[in-house]
Structure formats: C-alpha cells, structure tokens
Design a protein around this ligand. Structure first.
Ligand code: AMP
Ligand code: MN
Ligand code: MN
Length: 321
C-alpha cells in the first residue's frame, strides 16, 4: 500500500482500533487516522475504538469521541488496526474485525505475522504513527492530525532517543512541527510529567529493585497489595522500566506488576545487545528488539526466575554468536 486512499474506495463505514492498554503510539495512530478520515473523507462514517485511553492524551482533538466499548452488531466496510502486533492484542472491538468486509493492519512490530487481509507492517520504523504518516498525503496533515502523530512518535521513540529513531523520523517530526504543533507541551505533559504518587511509586520500585547476573540484569516489581496501598493501577507505572534500564552496566531491565493475583504484566527493555522481543515471544508476548512485553502466571518468584533464566540463556547465545 502506498497511500491510505487505496483502501478507502467505496468505503461508507469504517472502524479503527488499537491494542489493549493503549500507549501513546496506539492512541496517536488511531486518532490521527480518525481525524484524517473525518476531515478529508466526510462521506465515510468512522468509529474509533480504544480501551480507556489515559487522560494525558486529552490534548488530541476529538479524544472524547472514542468508543471504549463495542455497541451492538456491526458490519463495517473497512476495519483498520493501528499499532496492533497480533490478533489477540486487538482491544474492545475484536468482533467487528471478524465481521468487517475488509481488514487492514498498519503496524511496526517485528513480531507481527500479518493477521489482516491487507498488512502494511514496517518493522524497521520507530512507531505506527510514522508508518501511518507515510500513507497520508503530506499536504493534508494539518495541525490536528499532526498533534496525534507527533504524540505517538514522541512516545515510541522515548522523545527521539531510541535507536529506532531514524533521519526519516526526524524529517517527519520537522514537517509536523511546521504545522504548529505544541511540541514542548506534548513532550512535557504527555511524556515526562508524573503525579506525586507516581513518582513515589517509582522511587519505591527503584529502591527495592534487584540486580542479577553480575549487574547485567535489573528487576523491579510491584505487588497488587502495594498498588492498592498507593491507589495506582498499571497505567500509573509507565516510565519505571525505562528508568531501571538507565542503570549503568545493565543490559536488560525487567519490570513486572501484578494485574491480578498470580498474574503479572512483564515489561522488558534492552540497551540493544539482547533482543528482548525474542524473550517476550518465547513467553507468548511480543514487541521490539529493545522494548517488549508479555503476561505471565505464577508466583512472583516463579515469574522472575523464568524470565531471568531465559535472559541468561539469550546472553550466553549472544556470546557465542
Ligand atoms: P510495554 O512494556 O507494555 O511498554 O510494551 C513494550 C512493547 O512490547 C510494546 O510495543 C508492546 O506492544 C509490546 N508488548 C507488551 N506486552 C505484550 C504482550 N503481552 N504481547 C505482545 N506484545 C506485547
Ligand atoms: Mn503500542
Ligand atoms: Mn508502537
């Protein structure tokens, strides 16, 4: 696919959806597509489905039009997923994907095997938002659309820091800037800013973190009862794993929190030497070389032991390669 217009011919109704626990790239890409369609294809009736996006994304236009639940039977002419790496990660409107006449997947996960009819997946690109920008007419990207795309790019590149950031990423960011996006505010308020409680929780996780494998691996964790004590949920724990990764000497950072008793959400980050997507895929998850995740069952110690054993195995393989 070269341009999104290719899949919009004869389309009258369209659904757009992202992955569970949507991050900035997911919200940004879904909303950018939604705003673009609303603006330039007014004859298409589009709906956007996202699993309760965080309030930090309220600077994106029409965020209040998001549907957080499926509502009745629908047969969309077209259903597009953005930033979704596999069918089981699709949130909220999964049934509409099945009943749609045509399905399109726009993504950038190397673990994506292509689960739609049309798959536009570019594993080398830093964000789904960047992939999506490539499908738009550049002159049609107005400030509203640009704000959504810029948000996603900022979030998935760690403010243009991760190695996935390319000269093309920066060129596009420059084009978006020309539309007048409030880039300082987007970066500060949606990416860096934390609440007092979030900072307290991060401090606690860092203080209790453990170093393993001669300091090559660091593990942080949060139990359900402690999350309840602080009154935080998974959405409040963003950024903790990135901070763990910034520990000198660490090659892989692991952060896990208890979603429900004996069920953990695991986040993995690498400094580039170890491919953490391989580890995540091994445990039924997915992601990218430097940022990946999975969901695991068992006691906290089992989860930590299983993950770190696999990391150790990968490190040994790495040495051999
Ligand atoms: P996170 O640690 O949740 O920020 O996720 C890092 C990356 O891994 C993101 O690109 C996610 O899409 C991906 N990821 C996280 N959890 C899973 C999972 N359970 N299955 C597949 N991919 C995941
Ligand atoms: Mn994502
Ligand atoms: Mn992404």
């Amino acid at each position: 696919m070269k341009n999104i217009s290719e899949v919009l011919e004869h389309v009258k109704t369209m659904g757009i959806a992202g992955h569970i626990r949507p991050d900035g790239d997911c919200v940004g890409s879904c909303m950018a597509l939604y705003l673009y369609i609303k603006e330039y294809y007014p004859d298409i009736r589009a709906d956007v489905y996202l699993d309760h996006p965080k309030p930090i994304f309220s600077h994106i236009d029409c965020i209040d039009e998001i549907k957080t639940e499926a509502d009745g039977e629908k047969n969309y002419d077209l259903f597009v997923t953005c930033d979704v790496s596999s069918r089981d990660r699709l949130a909220v409107a999964g049934d509409y994907f099945e009943t749609a006449k045509r399905t399109v997947c726009i993504d950038h996960h190397i673990s994506n095997m292509g689960f739609a009819q049309v798959n536009h997946v570019r594993g080398e690109v830093s964000s789904a938002c960047e992939v999506l920008y490539g499908l738009f007419d550049p002159e049609k990207v107005n400030r509203r659309v640009a704000t959504a795309i810029y948000t996603g790019m900022v979030h998935d590149t760690g403010v243009f820091q991760y190695s996935s950031t390319s000269p093309e990423t920066m060129r596009i960011a420059g084009e978006l800037m020309k539309t007048g996006v409030d880039f300082s505010r987007i970066i500060d308020e949606s990416f860096y800013e934390k609440t007092y409680i979030q900072n307290q929780v991060m401090g606690r996780v860092l203080a209790e973190s453990i170093m393993l494998q001669d300091g090559k691996c660091i593990v942080g964790y949060m139990r359900k009862k402690d999350m309840d004590f602080y009154g935080v949920d998974g959405k409040d724990l963003d950024g903790i794993v990135s901070q763990l990764r910034l520990t000198r000497g660490v090659k892989v950072a692991i952060f896990l929190y208890e979603v429900e008793t004996q069920t953990f959400k695991v986040s993995l980050r690498s400094n580039g030497k170890i491919d953490v997507s391989r580890i995540a895929v091994y445990f039924g998850g997915g992601g990218h070389k430097r940022a990946a995740g999975c969901d695991l069952q068992g006691s906290m110690y089992d989860v930590i032991n299983n993950i770190t054993a696999e990391i150790e195995r990968q490190m040994l393989l790495e040495q051999e390669e």
